[in-house]
Design a protein around this ligand. Sequence first.
Ligand SMILES: [Zn+2]
Length: 98
Amino acid sequence: MDLFEGEIIDREAARRHYVLDDTGFDEVPKKYRKFYRQWRGAGDSLAPNEVLCPVCRVVIRSSRELRVGDRVYCMPCMSRLVIVRNAATGTLEARAEH
Ligand SMILES: [Zn+2]
């Protein structure tokens, strides 16, 4: 919650960085595995540096917190995605770029 308020007050504040660990995601070459994980369904939740691929439902993980306008690449399904804010829920989500 403090993160959300901080984002409103100062969008240019330094982003939180994350150390990513390999979660055993084996659909991509080993050096890229830490950037993805399986979505565990109901009960799972996304960290500020994670977003769900709308195409293949894999969780894409970034080494820094994600913000609107960021572009991410889903290697498992080769989708280029852009981060947007869902107007209804206020949460960040990825949309496919065309
Ligand atoms: Zn995908």
